[in-house]
Design a protein around this ligand. Structure first.
Ligand code: SAH
Length: 275
């Protein structure tokens, strides 16, 4: 095996603190009925603990040089498949075992893909029971913030539509090698059996949320008008009329709208595209 130099481009900060590692597994409530997806196993420090507690572990690692390390770490447990792939490009379903029990994601993920990864995991159609992820502390706080509160962002709306978020644990930079510049926190998302409410066009609802938060200091109407894709579909008048129909002030900002406001807006706007 080659010796190990952590690669910045892959967001490699390895966790070596045994106490922190087992507390992460504790927070995921792993039992022998659980099949775990681990993203970015690195050298396999967390993989070992997951493998010792779960029925199976699927560990997906982008860095080919690390595959031998994870393979050796998980070897004794005989229940881990190590896959060399980019989780953002992979068809996740095809990587998982055929008959899964309760599926959980547990991982110290690369921070540079947090938002797209969480979005992918929440929208890929796989019935995960929970996602337990170590992420940058500010991002954990934002994801767990209730929509409409001061710390919230577009991702908070998505998270609360699909899951119950909880911050479980704070982890100091010194627990990692190399020591990162940021603080970390473990977030647990218990996935709802069904989304909070039905919406006719989920994609449109999240486009409205994202565009609204992209320019959160502007009014929602102006933020939508500044988003080229949405502005091509909906005129300012149509957006204002939809707000009026819902008895919402036309000068409101996105951050004052609730998740169900966005759902109602998406339902009203679907089918009202410019001709
Ligand atoms: N879980 C390990 C390593 C965390 S560092 C530990 O706690 O020690 C993040 C890991 O994610 C690295 O091993 C990195 O190579 C891997 N990684 C980065 N981008 C990835 C991607 N797109 N798909 C899969 N793994 C990725």
């Amino acid at each position: 095996m080659k010796s190990l130099t952590p690669k910045k481009k892959f967001g490699q900060n390895f966790l070596s603190d045994e106490t922190v590692l087992s507390r992460i597994a504790d927070c995921a409530d792993i039992t022998k009925d659980d099949d775990i997806l681990e993203i970015g196993p690195g050298t396999g420090n967390l993989t070992k603990i997951l493998a010792s507690r779960a029925r199976s572990v699927t560990a997906v690692e982008i860095d080919r040089d690390l595959i031998p390390f994870v393979t050796v770490a998980a070897e004794p447990f005989q229940n881990t498949r190590v896959i060399n792939a980019d989780i953002m490009k992979a068809d996740i379903e095809s990587l998982l075992p055929e008959n899964t029990g309760s599926l959980k994601v547990v991982a110290n993920i690369p921070y540079y893909i947090t938002t797209p990864l969480v979005t992918k995991l929440l929208s890929c159609g796989i019935s995960f029971e929970s996602l337990v992820l170590l992420v940058q502390k500010e991002v954990a706080v934002r994801m767990a913030a209730p929509p409409g509160s001061k710390d919230c962002g577009a991702i908070s709306y998505f998270v609360s539509w699909k899951a119950h978020p909880m911050i479980m644990l704070e982890v100091p930079p010194e627990a990692f090698y190399p020591v990162p510049k940021v603080e970390s926190a473990l977030i647990r998302l218990d996935i709802r059996k069904a989304p909070l409410f039905d919406v006719s066009d989920e994609e449109l609802m999240f486009s409205l949320i994202r565009a609204g938060f992209e320019l959160r200091r502007k009014t929602f109407v102006n933020a939508i008008a500044s988003d080229s894709a949405l502005a091509a579909r909906f005129s300012k008048e149509i957006i204002s009329e939809a707000l009026l129909e819902l008895s919402i002030d036309r000068n409101i900002r996105a951050e004052r709208l609730t998740l169900s406001d966005f759902g109602a807006l998406a339902d009203l706007l679907a089918g009202k595209e410019k001709k």
